[in-house]
Design a binder for this molecule. Structure first.
Ligand code: HEM
Length: 490
């Protein structure tokens, strides 16, 4: 007679074997990859890790399209420029869904742009792009806002008089103010406590990404949403951002929509009114709040972190910093307003800005997509709902595309005569239907902020400091470790 223990063990072994065999059957038609096990998928073999270097190492074994398993879910990884580009552009509509994991669902409820899919995403994205264009994205209008913020930033650095400072907060303050100008129609002063609180809330949200508690929430959402902990604090940070946005919307509704809409909120309120009789309209206050939050979350930390890396690389490479300054001095006057168009006359500076973005690779492996219908991805049939990861780092560091991918070298964007050359594998904003919505604004900001700072200051380590740490910290974006530098007026 078998004991209860023996029966349970036999049942567990039986279940394990049948589920294991089922997984092996499921993986037969998918791209190759490590062997998955029931419940855990492939996470145990990979030591619960998921980062750019691990994915690039796995591609050497399994090829440029391979499958990992998060529990029962297959995740298709695209590796290297060619696979990322072909995978995202051959059937771009099919891979335009967004993976909304339990934590992100708790945060944004599938609304807005970045964490929405299907009809809502299409309407909100199209509206945001159109409105940004009307407000001057790609034209001089928005550029003035960037130039204005660059001036405030230079004035602030000058006020520190060459003493050591951590540039991260002034940078994120300036970049966020550009979004404020676009969305709210005004900026916030450096002493505004509410704005500081919003910036700190966004920083906490980014730091939480990829942390231990974040993983726990994704695996056990039903448990974690009932327990206290850092995840609750971070969800309340998102509420700080939403309340801030709602307050600005109320101020707009109180004063009424002007005849000529002036900012994103004006345009959105106007559009809610115009589309109120359309049965499939997704234009409402909630989607407005979440779309605005997405512009902040997508547009603040990313651009400011890239600039933060840029200053650090200049301190680490004083010869490159000097060459940029020589070019700026030769081409521009000391007080001339710097425009985005000036990059054409400043090939070296332009190349350095591109190399900062390539080398810092702040988005790391990129944002996951989801197949919105059954499709064929690089020859493999995938079911609707399958997760696809276009590994952006693998394109920015692709050894077949870059001469020395693991070195900071502006030469990657210069020909032998010193002319600027674009590179097809330069995909920091991703590619395909969900390519970054703020790409043009980000490029304009990076160039104008960077050129203004380097024209006004030489960046160097504080006296006595010798170590420069250029290793990234993991989080929602790859950030430099906190550092202090001196901005010496030139
Ligand atoms: C250096 C700066 C930036 C980088 C590196 C960056 C990169 C990216 C990447 C890789 C994606 C994911 C695309 C995909 O799913 O394949 C993305 C999405 C997005 N970005 Fe950016 N971004 C930057 C700046 C901005 C700015 C300034 C804005 C706002 C004006 C912005 C708004 C967004 C939005 C709303 C999305 C979601 C698009 C969608 O899901 O359809 N980003 N960005």
């Amino acid at each position: 007679m078998l004991t209860i223990g023996e029966v349970l063990t036999a049942l567990a072994v039986f279940l394990f074997v049948t589920q294991f065999l089922k997984l092996q059957r499921l993986r037969r038609r998918l791209p190759p990859g490590p062997i998955p096990f029931p419940v855990f998928g492939t996470v145990i073999q990979l030591n619960f890790q998921f980062n750019r270097d691990l994915l690039m190492k796995l591609a050497k074994v399994h090829g440029n399209i391979f499958t990992l398993w998060f529990g029962w879910a297959p995740v298709i990884i695209l590796n290297g420029y060619q696979a990322v580009k072909d995978g995202m552009t051959m059937h771009p509509e099919d891979v335009s869904g967004r993976l909304v994991s339990p934590f992100f669902r708790a945060m944004a409820k599938g609304k807005g742009i970045m964490l929405a899919t299907g009809h809502t995403w299409k309407q909100q994205r199209r509206f945001a792009l159109r409105t940004l264009r009307t407000l001057g994205l790609g034209k001089r209008g928005l550029e003035h806002r960037v130039q204005e913020e660059a001036r405030y930033l230079v004035d602030f650095f000058a006020s520190v008089k060459g003493k050591p400072l951590d540039p991260s907060f002034p940078l994120v303050h300036s970049v966020s103010n550009v979004i404020c100008a676009v969305v709210f129609g005004h900026r916030f002063s450096r002493d505004d406590e509410t704005f500081h609180e919003v910036i700190r809330a966004m920083e906490r949200l980014f730091k939480f990404g990829g942390s231990f508690f974040h993983h726990l929430y994704e695996i056990f959402p039903w448990l974690m949403c009932r327990l206290p902990g850092p995840h609750k604090k971070v969800l309340s940070c998102y509420d700080v951002l939403s309340s801030f946005t709602r307050r600005e919307i109320s101020m707009h509704t109180e004063r009424g929509t002007p005849d000529e809409p002036q900012d994103f909120i004006d345009f959105y309120l106007d559009h809610i009114e115009k589309s109120k009789d359309e049965p499939r309209s997704t234009y409402n206050e909630d989607n407005m709040v979440y779309s605005i939050n997405d512009l902040f979350l997508g547009g603040s930390e990313t651009t400011s972190t890239t600039l933060n890396w840029g200053l650090l690389y200049m301190v680490a490479n004083p010869d490159i910093q000097e060459k940029v300054q020589m070019e700026l001095d030769a081409v521009l006057g000391r007080s001339q307003l710097i425009c985005y168009e000036d990059r054409r006359e400043l090939p070296y500076t332009n190349a350095v800005v591109h190399e900062i973005q390539r080398f810092s690779n702040i988005i790391s492996v990129g944002m996951p997509r989801v197949c919105v219908r059954n499709t064929i991805l690089l020859g493999f049939p995938l079911k609707k709902g399958t997760i696809v990861f276009p590994n952006i780092a693998s394109s920015l560091y692709d050894p077949e595309q870059w001469e020395a991918p693991r070195q900071f070298n502006p030469g990657h964007f210069l020909d032998k005569d010193g002319n600027f050359v674009s590179q097809q594998a330069f995909l920091p904003f991703s590619i395909g239907h969900r390519v970054c919505l703020g790409e043009h604004l980000a490029r304009t900001e990076l160039f104008i902020f960077f050129a203004n700072l380097l024209r006004a200051f030489t960046f160097q380590l504080p006296e006595g400091a010798t170590k420069i740490n250029t290793e990234p910290m993991q989080g929602g974006t790859l950030q430099p470790h906190p550092y202090r530098i001196c901005a010496i007026p030139r």
